[in-house]
Design a protein around this ligand. Structure first.
Ligand code: AMP
Ligand code: FE
Ligand code: FE
Ligand code: ZN
Length: 279
């Protein structure tokens, strides 16, 4: 059966509640999902409660923004349970840094004479895990920009006038902390890292040696041959080929839970492989 190991809810920059994510996953016929909201585990308890009454497995996860070779990398973390632990305790500091960054970014936008308040961004987010997509949505609703892409291109992307970087864990430190917390990791959407396709094995060898668990190969926005290539790279490094849709609800309306753009299938071997890494 198929799984989906990369999903966002209203606890970060998705627009469906954790319970609704579970419902959509059941409708899609999946046997298991991982909820991977950015930098927090806030939706896990709700998703798990929904999963228990729906007969689908819910894996606790998060998607961390880490630093790798001086640039941002998204690192998926699996089997990280809410509560205390080395990485869990660091998440609190990461969330503080995000909160401060968010407020400073809104100040910057206001300094650019844009009519936007932090309260509006907070209302758009409707809870925890506030981030740039919520700012983008407010800018669209106010008619400042026509769409998401222009919001990032003009104001919110790295290097644009509204952007402020937040503190990030180093990739290897995050891999170590995850392992010390009983969890394992996978590099999210590797095409965003500026590594040439024929260079992935060399580029990721150091992280594999450091204890990385997998590479996201079965990704909703990849062509089939890219997925196969990344799965081969993962195998050659002794890593698990993981995958998911990166569903964000209305923020990425072209993606569906389980099937991505329509043709995605993430084999349940991906989850079995990750489970084997946490013993
Ligand atoms: P944040 O976690 O607040 O730094 O926001 C990062 C999120 O913004 C990513 O996970 C994406 O969902 C979204 N994002 C980042 N860059 C872009 C972009 N250029 N276009 C659209 N969405 C983006
Ligand atoms: Fe996101
Ligand atoms: Fe991501
Ligand atoms: Zn994601």
């Amino acid at each position: 059966m198929a799984v989906d190991l990369h999903l966002h809810s209203t606890c970060s920059d998705g627009t469906d509640a954790p319970e609704r994510i579970v419902e959509l996953a059941v409708d899609a016929g999946l046997s298991a999902i991982a909820l991977t909201d950015h930098d927090n585990l806030d939706g896990i308890a709700r998703a798990r409660a929904a999963a228990e009454s729906a007969d689908i497995e819910l894996v606790s996860g998060t998607e961390l923004s880490v630093e790798w070779r001086g640039s941002p990398m998204h690192l998926l973390v699996y089997f990280l349970e809410p509560g205390d632990g080395p990485l869990q305790n660091r998440l609190a500091a990461i969330q503080d840094s995000r909160a401060t960054r968010n407020r400073r970014m809104v100040e910057r936008l206001r300094d650019l004479d844009i009519d936007i308040t932090f309260e509006e961004v907070e209302a758009e987010a409707g809870g925890t895990g506030i981030g740039r997509p919520h700012m983008a949505q407010v800018l669209i609703e106010k008619g400042v920009v026509p769409d998401f892409a222009s919001a990032f291109d003009r104001y919110l992307a790295a290097g644009r006038p509204g952007y402020i970087q937040r503190d990030r864990l180093d990739a290897i430190e995050a891999i170590d902390l995850a392992a010390a917390s009983g969890a394992t990791t996978s590099i999210a959407h590797p095409h965003t890292l500026g590594v040439a396709a024929d260079d992935y094995d060399r580029a990721f060898a150091g992280l594999a040696d450091a204890g990385l668990g997998g590479i996201e190969a079965w990704y909703g926005e990849y062509e089939p041959q890219v997925r196969e290539h990344l799965a081969a790279v993962a195998a050659s490094l002794g890593l698990v080929a993981t995958g998911g849709s990166d569903y964000h609800g209305r923020y990425k309306p072209e993606l569906r839970i389980g099937s991505g753009r329509g043709d995605l299938v993430v084999p349940d071997a991906a989850l079995a492989g990750l489970r084997a890494r946490v013993g």
